[in-house]
Every structure is written in structure tokens, then in C-alpha cells.
Design a protein around this ligand. Structure first.
Ligand code: GLU
Length: 433
């Protein structure tokens, strides 16, 4: 575990405390967010293809449910820890509140290198996770979704396992499913599209001309692909992109679509890029992920994992704007330096909220049994994200806050309203000794 991960939860709590206090949020409300409601840790026995049994550690943290059933993805990654899952669940709590969804926050994870599993082992692991969690999750209780290294197919297996255990159709137990299994149109692209909407809104306020804006994207998973694709379509120059193995850089900008096709074939950006036909389209050079973060670009989009920008490398950042498509890519301490330099950071809880927003739409469709068209999904995503961006931007201007400060304030005030609706010390105080 590198240094970046160890304090991730503590870091997340610090931000809530700091921002909450400066925004005048009641102490009782802040206090309620300084601990998770419950965390389940379990050992998942999985029969491997060679006949042996492996035990994987799985987590699910339901952080806070004051605004509704808890919601959040499940990641499969070797570096998953309970601290990380708690931090991610806290961020989900803020994210859902900020976008105005009737959900609390949760997150799950399994400590596993999924690329080392066969498809059948992956299926058994996904089902084992749900068997362990079946009493803990549910359409009115806690609703998982995809996250790092999990996808629609895995959500489909998980729903199927849940339904087999409960002996009842229950599509609303999980979101991000394949469309034919009750998933929503537009869910796949939603995180990237949500980030794209934020960038478009930001561009209006900053007076950007897309063809003047050079973009570097760290990561090339689902969210990174869609945001890069939509930006390139508008004329932005996506000059760098990477995956866990490394990155590529091209002065003229990449054709995202063909790069994605190549990745699908080879599942690796750097190694295959040159061997395939895409390399004939543009000149490119190989760079490391560290180099990508330090590129002289206008817009830097960390879209991989948390903690990639920390006090050790933040001073090499040269972009004037950061859009956090990953959850928690900038450590709290490093952010102070970015603020001092006047670098704009569109925070994760806003920039990547499109995913959970369409998850909410999927859940609504499952509950009503009435699927929406792609146009309806996109239109409602536009409205929801546009309003959230507006509110955050307005608050940042009127209260002289960073965008993260403003986003957290909006979220904390909403959570605060729910907490005070039940009554706080101020209400009960002095009534009975
Ligand atoms: N894993 C995504 C996130 O971090 C989506 C969560 C969801 O759709 O519930 O926002």
C-alpha cells in the first residue's frame, strides 16, 4: 500500500470537518458524518478453475442513510481496504446529497486482482459477494452499482444471485445492469457525460474555445473514454491518455473512438497502440502516468484512482483546471497548493455524479416498471447535473469558496436539513434537564 492510500479516510474526514465548520454547519450534523453507520467485512470462498478454493476479503460500508437507502458501487481491486471503502462511502453520501438524489452513501469492494481471474472465477466471486451481503443490501436498503473494474455483466450476475436467494424478481437491488436485464439506457456513458456537462458549463463561464483547450486524461476506463469522446467531439484536443501500464501523448490530439476500439481488442493502451493501425493516424510518444499529470495542458482529468496527486507531486501540476472524474484523486494537503496557485478543481462529488444520477433513474425505472428512452435519460441528466453545477458555481462566487468548498456546503446543508428535521440539540435542549 503506498502512502497515498493510508490516510484516505482520515483525509476525507478532515475535509468534512474543515469545510463543514467554515460553512457554519451545525456541529451535530458534522459529528453524524464522522463515522460510518455500519461496515460488513466478509471472507468469500471461491472455487477456482483448478479445483482449489481461494478466500477473498469483501467489504460493504453503509455510511449514512439520513436521506434515503444507501447507494454506491462495488470495486474489485487488489488495493481495496476498509479505510478506502469508508472514504468512498462518505463521498457517495455527499455526492447523492449534492445532486439531490433521495439516497444515502455506501461503497463495497473486494480485494482481488480481477485480471488474474478467469471469467467463470469472476462470476463465482461476484455471486459469492452477494451471498455474503444478501441480508445487508436490498432495493429499499442499500443498492450497489459498478465501480473500478466491475461492469454491467457483473451487476447482472449479482442481481441474478440476489433474486435466486430471495426467490423474487428484484431488479432495483442493483444498478448499472445490462439493459436487457433491467438496466437503463445511457447508464454506461453517464459518468463521462456528467463530467462533460460540468466541463461544458465551466467552459461557458471561463469563455473557453474548445479547439484552444488541450486535455490530458489519466485513465482509460469507461468514464474516461466517454468524457474524452464527448470533449473530442466538441473540438477539444485530447493530447494524452493512459491506463495502469502507462500513457501516450500526441501534440495533435487523439482520435478517441479508434483508440477505444484498439483498447477493446488488446485491453491495453500503451503496449498495443503502436502495433495496430491507429498509430498510423497520429504520431504519439509514450509517457508514464506521473509524466501525464505534469503535462503542460489546460485541462487535466484524473479518471483512475484516488490519491494520485499528493504533496509529493502536486507542484509539478501545470494544468490550470482539474476535473476529478476519479473519486478522491487529489489529497487534501495537495489541494491547498492547487488553491494557492488559483488552479480550478471541479470536485469528484460533482464531476463524477452523473453515474449515480443515472443509477437513480435506473432504480426509478425498475420500481415503476416503465423504461425511459435514451433521450429522456440524457435530458434529465442534463437538468440534474446542470442545476447542481449552477448551484455550486453560484455559491463559490457569492461565498468566495473553492468549488469543492461550495459543493460540500450544498451537500452538508441538505444532510443538515434532514438531521435537523428529526430534531437536534437546539430543538431538544433544555426540555428535560
Ligand atoms: N461507482 C460510481 C460512483 O462512484 C457509481 C455509483 C452508483 O451508481 O451507485 O459514483
Amino acid at each position: 500500500m503506498d502512502e497515498g492510500h493510508t490516510g484516505v479516510y482520515e483525509d476525507a474526514l478532515c475535509r468534512v470537518r474543515e469545510i463543514g465548520e467554515s460553512a457554519g454547519i451545525e456541529a451535530e450534523v458534522i459529528e453524524s458524518l464522522l463515522r460510518p453507520r455500519q461496515v460488513l467485512t466478509c471472507s468469500l470462498p471461491v472455487r477456482m478453475d483448478d479445483g482449489s478454493v481461494n478466500y477473498f476479503t469483501g467489504y460493504r460500508c453503509q455510511y449514512n442513510d439520513v436521506l434515503g437507502p444507501t447507494k454506491g458501487g462495488i470495486r474489485f481491486h487488489p488495493d481495496v481496504t476498509d479505510e478506502e471503502v469508508k472514504a468512498l462511502a462518505l463521498w457517495m453520501t455527499l455526492k447523492c446529497a449534492l445532486v439531490g438524489l433521495p439516497f444515502g452513501g455506501a461503497k463495497g469492494g473486494v480485494v482481488v486482482q480481477p485480471k488474474a481471474l478467469s471469467p467463470m472465477e469472476l462470476e463465482r466471486l461476484s455471486r459469492a459477494y452477494v451471498r455474503a451481503m444478501a441480508d445487508f443490501i436490498g432495493p429499499q436498503v442499500d443498492i450497489p452499482a459498478p465501480d473500478v473494474y466491475t461492469n454491467a455483466r457483473i451487476m447482472g450476475w449479482m442481481m441474478d444471485e440476489y433474486e435466486a436467494i430471495r426467490r423474487v424478481r428484484s431488479p432495483g437491488v442493483i444498478t448499472g445492469k445490462p439493459v436487457r436485464l433491467g438496466g437503463s439506457l445511457g447508464r454506461e456513458e453517464a459518468t463521462g457525460r456528467g463530467a462533460y456537462i460540468c466541463i461544458r458549463e465551466l467552459a461557458k463561464r471561463k469563455g473557453w474555445q474548445p479547439d484552444q483547450i488541450r486535455v490530458a486524461v489519466q485513465g482509460f476506463g469507461n468514464a474516461a473514454y466517454h468524457v474524452a469522446r464527448l470533449l473530442a467531439r466538441d473540438g477539444y484536443k485530447v493530447v494524452a491518455i493512459s491506463d495502469s501500464k502507462g500513457g501516450i501523448y500526441s501534440e495533435q490530439g487523439f482520435d478517441i473512438e479508434s483508440l477505444w476500439q484498439e483498447k477493446q481488442k488488446s485491453r491495453q493502451v500503451r503496449a498495443v497502440y503502436c502495433e495496430q493501425s491507429v498509430c498510423q493516424l497520429v504520431e504519439h510518444k509514450e509517457i508514464s502516468n506521473e509524466e501525464l499529470l505534469a503535462l503542460d495542458v489546460d485541462l487535466l482529468i484524473p479518471a483512475a484512482l484516488e490519491g494520485v496527486i499528493h504533496s509529493g507531486n502536486v507542484e509539478s501540476v501545470r494544468a490550470s483546471t482539474l476535473v476529478e472524474v476519479a473519486n478522491g484523486p487529489v489529497e487534501a494537503e495537495a489541494e491547498h497548493w492547487l488553491d494557492e496557485q488559483g488552479i480550478t478543481v471541479v470536485p469528484d462529488v460533482l464531476a463524477n455524479a452523473g453515474g449515480v444520477t443515472v443509477s437513480y433513474f435506473e432504480w426509478v425505472q425498475n420500481r415503476t416498471g416503465y423504461p425511459w428512452s435514451l433521450e429522456q435519460v440524457r435530458e434529465r441528466l442534463e437538468t440534474q447535473m446542470g442545476e447542481a453545477f449552477d448551484r455550486v458555481w453560484h455559491l463559490s462566487q457569492t461565498e468566495a469558496r473553492t468549488l469543492r468548498g461550495a459543493a460540500y456546503s450544498v451537500a452538508l446543508r441538505r444532510i443538515g436539513e434532514a438531521v435537523t428535521a428529526h430534531g437536534t440539540r437546539e430543538y431538544f435542549g433544555g426540555q428535560d434537564g
